[in-house]
Structure formats: C-alpha cells, structure tokens
Design a protein around this ligand. Sequence first.
Ligand code: HEM
Length: 272
Amino acid sequence: MKSRVSPWASWGLCASFLLAVITGIIINYPYRAEIPLISTVGIEGTVPFGALFRYLHYYSGQLAFLLLIWHTTEALLGQSYRYRRPFFWTTLISTYPLTLLVLFTGYIIRGDETGLLAGRIAENLALKLPLIGELINRLLFAVMEEGAHRAYLAHVFLSWGLLVGLISWHFRLRRLELQDLALWASVALLLALLFPPSLEFAPLATHAKGPWFFLGIQEALRYFSPYLAGLLFPALPLLLLWLCKWWPKRAALGLLLWHVVYLSFTLVGALR
Ligand code: HEM
C-alpha cells in the first residue's frame, strides 16, 4: 500500500542523524571522558572549525529528535499502525527512548552544570527501577562512580546502533542525496548562528535546569514520587502509541492530553 507519510520528515530525520554522527566523529577526536568539560571547551580551541562542528553536532541532534516527532505524528495521522505490520510500528516507537538516550547522554558527557544535573537525576531514576535498575545504571550512567565514562560509551554505541539498525534501513528505499545533507546542515547552521548552544559554568544551584526536553519531567518530580513522575509518566506516551493499533481514538485522546500536561510542566519549569 502507498505510504501516507511525506518523505520530508523521514529524510530530514535520516539526514540530521547522519550529520550528528559525522560531526560526532569529528568532535570526538580531542574528547576525553575523564576530563569532559575541559575537552568540550577544548574542542573549540584544538579542532579546526571546532566550534562550528560542535554547534552543528548539537543542532543536528536536536533536529533529528524534532523530526522524529514530526515523522511519528504524520504516521499517526496517516494511520500507519493500521496498514503497517506491528513490527514497523513497534520499531518506530522504540526509536523514541533510544534517540532520547543518545541526546540525554550527549548532555551528560559535555560535563557542564546542565550535564551534571542531567546525569545525577538519570542515575537516581534508573536506580528506582525494580530488578533491572542497577544494571541499567551500570550500562548507561553510573556518573557518581565513573563520571562521564559510561554515558560516553552509551552515547557512541547507541548512535552507531541506531544508524546501522534503523536509519540505514531508509537508505535502501532511496539514496540519501548530498542536497538532503546540505539542506539540513544549513538549518542546523542557521539555528547555531541564531542561538549558539552555551555551556553552563555556574555552580550547581538548587534550581539548575536540565536539557529542554527533560524540563517537564524535572518539574513533575517536584510534585510526584520519582517512580510516578520519572518512570511511569514518561513511559505513558510510548504505551499509548502502541495501543493506537487497538484503540486508536482513545489512545490518540490520551496522547493529546499527555502532551498538554507535559507542555504545561515544561512551561512552568522553563519559567522557574
Ligand atoms: C558516532 C557518533 C557520535 C559521536 C562519536 C559523538 C560524540 C560526542 C561527544 C564527544 C560529545 C561531547 C562534546 C560536546 O558536547 O561537544 C557529544 C555531545 C553531544 N552529542 Fe554526540 N556523538 C555522536 C552521535 C550523536 C547523535 C546521533 C546525536 C543525536 C541524535 C548526538 C547528540 C549530542 C548532543 C545533544 C550533545 C551535547 C552537545 C553540546 O551541547 O555540546 N550525538 N557527542
């Protein structure tokens, strides 16, 4: 059956992700996980055009995530879950937590205050998971014991995993043209010029803010238990997306409500 999803979002997502990997390899050259903040700052001084590559890395990563949301929204509106095999729908949904983990570990390994805060919250939340919490924390974070090491390995391995396992699959449908990369690199560059991604050097304050996509959870953690706000609340939209196959209307309404609540938390968190 003919796909009802426009190629814009999926090609933009593939191009942005590939850009993030290419620029990641470049900025990885002087990076040392044992001195994260010093090496992040050093990238700008030691790599030719280092600041440019760092900014491109940052924004191509953010764009990949935003385009994933667009891609999923289109798939949802086009009712892909009805005419695609459950495997495809489940794969698209599982791309979310994996991409978010790549972004999240990216913030942790830059080693500034936002990254430190993100790392500490993530570690505490992971340890709240029954049975597998310790293992998840060992694999992905363990920032208290090992600093940025685990997060760095998770960042790089998950990126390659997503590229080889999911993104490259799209390249079999159509070849990624140079102009796709140029277009999305220009968008990332424009954003970088307008809003250069700054590092936070201020000492850890009581209301230091985590990454933008995490503000809603950070705010919800103020009112509810970590289990509810940090684990069940973020897992809910994934479950609802999955349930779309069986109860499309109810699940879509649930998703809409969830987003209204999440955006409200995010807004309060951003204004705090
Ligand atoms: C093989 C692939 C990759 C490598 C080797 C890599 C490497 C790195 C390194 C060394 C840093 C810390 C330095 C810095 O913050 O500038 C970093 C940060 C980051 N990475 Fe990656 N990365 C890769 C893929 C990705 C992908 C696919 C994404 C997103 C989808 C991503 C998103 C980020 C983000 C958001 C940051 C924080 C940037 C900042 O604010 O400075 N990375 N990455």
